[in-house]
Write a protein that binds this ligand. Structure first.
Ligand SMILES: Nc1ncnc2c1ncn2[C@@H]1O[C@H](COP(=O)(O)OP(=O)(O)OP(=O)(O)O)[C@@H](O)[C@H]1O
Ligand SMILES: [Mg+2]
Length: 236
């Protein structure tokens, strides 16, 4: 469903990604792990068309996406939930959700079934539908960012650190929702620094270190890998 081959990205003199390859089957949930500055966000931004790679290939459902605009990639179902949510603080919850339907809906399209679906799936958003984005808690903002992505009818969902800044219990809730989305057949690539949490939901993972993939495997294999344990799971 998602294939990345030998991808390299630079910001001026900074080599942010070097020869990164990964592959995700339809319906799979895969974690992308790594410390601060490893290149995780860069990979998601390159996939969604916000950053141009120096070299390498990217396909979604065997279609080359490298030449497509960011907007066209959303339209084909590649949807990005960015780092720190990036919701519209001045818009209400419902306005934030409606805006996202423009990925597929023309001006006169009826988006109410999609809205209803999101409210049923994330009832907290229903309760808060007339509140402004800025007035939501961190967990509610993350749920809104996820709800907004669902409004775009994703086939592949890219999530950038959905647990960032959330209390552990709220982070668990967010990941439970991500697992629900995956169980509906959406392919998920989730960037996380909370390795233990991510590998509970993902079946496989990749570890990025200074722009290179240094480890890959099933969640069970990564969790028992001494190098991964030491670097990302503390000493426990
Ligand atoms: N717009 C930019 N211009 C220049 N350098 C950048 C830019 N964005 C990121 N970088 C650099 O690229 C490297 C990878 O950054 P990136 O944000 O992709 O890492 P990350 O793994 O998402 O980190 P974090 O966990 O802190 O979010 C870092 O060295 C970072 O400083
Ligand atoms: Mg990042």
């Amino acid at each position: 469903m998602l294939e990345v081959g030998h991808l390299s990205v630079r910001y001026g003199a900074v080599e942010a990604l070097t020869d990164v390859s990964l592959s995700i089957a339809a319906g799979e949930t895969v974690a992308l792990l790594g410390a601060n500055g490893a290149g995780k966000t860069t990979l998601l931004r390159t996939l969604s068309g916000l950053v141009n790679p120096v070299s390498g290939a990217m396909t979604v459902a065997a279609k080359n996406i490298a030449a497509l605009s960011a907007e066209s990639r959303v339209q084909m179902g590649l949807v990005h939930v960015p780092e720190r949510r990036r919701i519209f603080g001045g818009l209400t919850v419902e306005e934030n959700l409606k805006v996202a339907a423009s990925a597929w809906a023309g001006l006169n399209a009826d988006i109410s079934p999609d809205l209803k679906g999101v409210y049923a799936f994330l009832p907290r958003l229903d309760e808060r539908r007339d509140q402004r984005g800025w007035s939501l808690s961190g967990g509610e903002q993350q749920m809104l960012a996820i709800g907004r992505a669902l409004m775009a009818r994703p086939k592949v969902l890219l999530l950038d650190e959905p647990s960032l800044g959330l209390a552990p219990k709220i982070a668990l809730d967010v990941f439970a929702r991500i697992a629900d989305i995956a169980s509906r057949g959406v392919t998920v690539l989730v960037v996380e620094q909370n390795t233990a949490l991510a590998l509970k939901v993902a079946t496989r993972g990749y570890v990025l270190e200074t722009g290179r993939i240094v480890a890959a495997g099933t969640s069970a294999a990564l969790l028992s890998d001494p190098k991964v344990r030491e670097a990302y799971l503390g000493r426990s």
